[in-house]
Design a protein around this ligand. Structure first.
Ligand code: 13P
Length: 250
């Protein structure tokens, strides 16, 4: 739920969705719905690279901040398909998602590469949103904590925790409709913060976050925001997530 020293960050990861025209249409519907959102909630959109500029122009004067879905560690060079912090800066990007389970799975990204991406993001003035999480199989075999701890230890080397957001995204909950129980997500987010060793670290939960579970998720003491996939593609649904209403403390 965030605290005075742990900002709330609600981010929409559009993945490989949205043309420029679709992104503009989203923005025109979404912005009026978040015009009165409390200012202590940071609203982030991560469009595909091709729609970054369209979204930047559409959100001028609003509270919406931009993220990229990836970043390379070199400033330029022969790295087909990659993008650098310098290129992202031109489009007003403030955050960079790194270590998402999709590139980890489909492109065999290693913790070492993810660490290079995160370090480059910070060196270039971006805040990495560093994703960690276990697979179904790893959870079933009791390996959840060991896997995440390894991702934290290897992926976070040399990273300044004061300029970092971590997203706990259990792989089995991504795009499946199976949300991790809020209390379990809370437990893992708390463990991640303790392993990183920085009490003010913002830790998000991600994986099938929807309008109907956001209030319970954001009521958890160790969850400071969410990283949303599918439900961030529709203006009404993402606005409801941004405008969450945490349950009062029991
Ligand atoms: P879903 O919200 O669609 O499960 O995706 C989560 C995610 O991967 C965000 O990065």
């Amino acid at each position: 739920m965030g605290t005075a020293s742990r900002p709330v960050v609600i981010a929409g990861n559009w993945k490989m969705h949205m043309t420029c025209a679709e992104a503009r249409s989203f923005a025109s519907q979404f912005l009026p719905l978040v015009a009165s959102t409390p200012g202590d909630r940071t609203i982030v959109l991560a469009p595909p690279f091709t729609a970054l500029e369209a979204v930047r122009q559409a959100v001028v004067g609003s509270a919406v901040t931009l993220a990229s879905q990836n970043v390379h560690w070199e400033g330029n060079g022969a790295f087909t398909g990659e993008i650098s912090t310098r290129m992202l800066e031109e489009h007003g990007v403030a955050y960079a998602i790194v270590g998402h389970s999709e590139p980890r799975k489909y492109f065999s990204e290693s913790d070492e590469q993810i660490n290079l991406r995160a370090r480059a993001a910070q060196a270039g003035g971006l805040i990495p949103i560093l994703c960690v999480g276990e697979s179904d199989e790893q959870r079933s075999s009791g390996d959840t904590e060991r896997v995440i701890r390894r991702q934290v230890e290897q992926g976070f080397d040399g990273i300044d925790p004061a300029r970092l957001v971590v997203a706990y995204e259990p792989i089995w909950a991504i795009g499946t409709g199976k949300t991790c129980a809020a209390s379990e997500a809370n437990r893992i987010c708390g463990l991640i913060r303790s392993w990183v060793g920085h009490p003010d670290l913002t830790v998000q939960y991600g994986g099938s976050v929807k309008p109907d579970n956001i209030d319970e998720i954001m009521a958890q003491s160790d969850i400071d925001g969410v990283l949303v996939g599918g439900a961030s593609l529709e203006a009404q649904s993402f606005a409801r997530i941004v405008n969450y209403q945490p349950f009062p403390a029991a």
